[in-house]
Design a protein around this ligand. Structure first.
Ligand SMILES: Cc1cc2nc3c(=O)[nH]c(=O)nc-3n(C[C@H](O)[C@H](O)[C@H](O)COP(=O)(O)O)c2cc1C
Length: 218
């Protein structure tokens, strides 16, 4: 497990009967909220590091560990997409709350027009396992090899197999798991159009449902 399980001592919340409400049909869209904001980075054909901010991002396989990213091909061209496809590798870096300005800028400016990483004062190192730039200032980075690409609607969906994880010691617990309270990832809320905090833990996954299962069996 990459992320540390929070210590929760509160009892599991009990299911409560809730009145069923009439449903509305809001306009059709892919609701991506809430989603962690990441910065994908890859080298272009000249060896220059490109990077763009993404919210279309999700873990998709535990073994081998894989993630999915979605990059739009119907709107303004993303230079980073070409670099990922060209090099067959990319990194996923997690900006912290204190890096919101850098992350947002990297998501609005384009590598076609400027050297964004230089503009925000970010530096890069070569990945340890893949030929892709690691943004040194980001506290958590996944080094990924492209294993699959497919067009899905407006986007190219890229599956990356994680080959290595780089984490600053300060965000890890004693077992080498990432502590969210230390990473402070940016959460993108497309519905509310806001960056949000990751929020407090309030219940324990798998145990909450298992406890209820035991109560049903009594
Ligand atoms: C919060 C945020 C989330 C974004 N998510 C995505 C995304 O998931 N997919 C995408 O194609 N573009 C996304 N973008 C837009 C790209 O980051 C943007 O087009 C960027 O300028 C591309 O840079 P490049 O041309 O240097 O690759 C996002 C931007 C922001 C600010």
């Amino acid at each position: 497990m990459l992320f540390a399980a929070p210590k929760l001592c509160r009892p599991a919340p009990r299911p409560e009967k809730r009145g069923v409400m009439a449903k509305k049909n809001p306009h059709l869209r892919a609701v991506v909220a809430p989603s962690p904001v990441i910065i994908a980075a890859a080298y272009d054909e000249n060896g220059k590091a490109d990077a763009c901010t993404l919210a279309l991002y999700t873990p998709i396989s535990h073994r081998p560990p894989c993630v999915l990213i979605g990059i739009n091909v119907t709107m303004r061209p993303r230079k980073t997409l070409g670099s990922i496809l060209h090099s067959g590798a990319f990194t996923i870096g997690y900006p912290g709350e204190d890096q919101v300005t850098e992350a947002d800028y990297i998501g609005v400016a384009s590598g076609f027009d400027t050297d964004k990483l230089k503009d925000v004062g970010f530096t890069v190192s070569e990945g340890q396992t893949v030929h892709a730039p690691v943004i040194n200032e980001l506290r958590l980075t996944l080094e990924c090899e492209v294993v699959h690409t497919v067009r899905v609607g407006s986007n190219i969906q890229i599956t990356g197999e994680i080959k290595n994880i780089l984490a600053d010691e300060e965000i890890l617990d004693g077992k080498g798991r990432v502590v969210l309270e230390r990473l402070k990832p940016l959460i993108y809320d497309e519905e509310g159009f806001a960056y949000r905090h990751a929020g407090e833990p309030f219940a324990e996954p798998f145990r909450t449902g298992t406890e209820f299962m035991k109560q049903l069996e009594k």
